[in-house]
Design a protein around this ligand. Sequence first.
Ligand SMILES: Cc1cc2nc3c(=O)[nH]c(=O)nc-3n(C[C@H](O)[C@H](O)[C@H](O)COP(=O)(O)OP(=O)(O)OC[C@H]3O[C@@H](n4cnc5c(N)ncnc54)[C@H](O)[C@@H]3O)c2cc1C
Length: 289
Amino acid sequence: MKINNLFYQKKFILSFEVFPPKREGNLENLYVTITELGELKPDFISVTYGAGGGTREKTIEISSRVKNGFNLEVLAHLTCVQSTKDDIAVILELLKEENVENILALRGDPPEGTERFIKTAGGFEYANELVQFIKARNNFSVGVAGYPEGHIEAPSLKADMINLKRKVDAGADFIITQLFFDNDAFYNFRDQAIALGIHIPMLPGIFPILNYSQIIRIATLAGVRIPPRLREKVELNKDKPQEVEKYGIEYAIIQIDNLIKNEIAGLHLYCMNKSHPVKKILAELSLSR
Ligand SMILES: Cc1cc2nc3c(=O)[nH]c(=O)nc-3n(C[C@H](O)[C@H](O)[C@H](O)COP(=O)(O)OP(=O)(O)OC[C@H]3O[C@@H](n4cnc5c(N)ncnc54)[C@H](O)[C@@H]3O)c2cc1C
């Protein structure tokens, strides 16, 4: 089913994000995790798209397995990195053949070892161009990325939101946000989006912290603020991974509880290929299905 239709049918959309493992041997572990995530009855599972190499094929393979093997709805991520329009057209055909009906259209990050995104000759410069290209094919529901604190390269949140509007005007059906730890950033982003005439559904992306060094790296790369209280707590326990995970899950629960009280369309959980934190969070919030 197309995800844009899901938003009309259901009051609360629940989704989990997984990524293709780098090592071939870990694929079976991921399928075990997806089996466990499937038991939590998400409305869809999203599968990220690597910056290059074999993980791209893996995105298609895993997306197909989620949809056709696990009978779960899937959202396949797709980026413009190192691809021409013809390359993208081929990937869209492959996804269509696998009954994948939903795509998260992204520009993508610069490939590892490079600092700036450089458009591939015959490819796309920005995600809005990719959205338009996919929408012209009429086969897919298309989601896009939103950044409550502004994209790291954008000169300001306002400038970034004007670019978000370009993606919406190009035909995007829904938005999934980058992780954030300060709900006020999300509420401000949502208000500003509405003021700009953006009325498509928006899923806040929540990242339960499970590991100290991982979260510092991700937040720095993405330009996401870690509130001092949270930073202090995880830093204090950085050598006690179980404590970091326990607190990370508790923090996510508090964040989501507050979001639910503020009329969100649903929730996107960055679950880092692990099911136990998701299970715990849903149970605590009575969101188990
Ligand atoms: C939910 C989510 C999932 C993600 N999944 C993946 C994934 O699977 N694989 C992956 O590699 N990356 C992923 N990313 C990261 C994403 O690829 C990066 O953040 C990337 O740097 C920007 O992608 P975008 O689609 O937001 O780009 P865009 O919307 O194109 O924006 C990129 C930058 O250009 C600016 N901009 C946009 N349009 C214009 C314009 N027309 N003129 C001038 N400036 C413009 C924007 O303000 C922004 O600063 C994900 C991000 C999110 C939030």
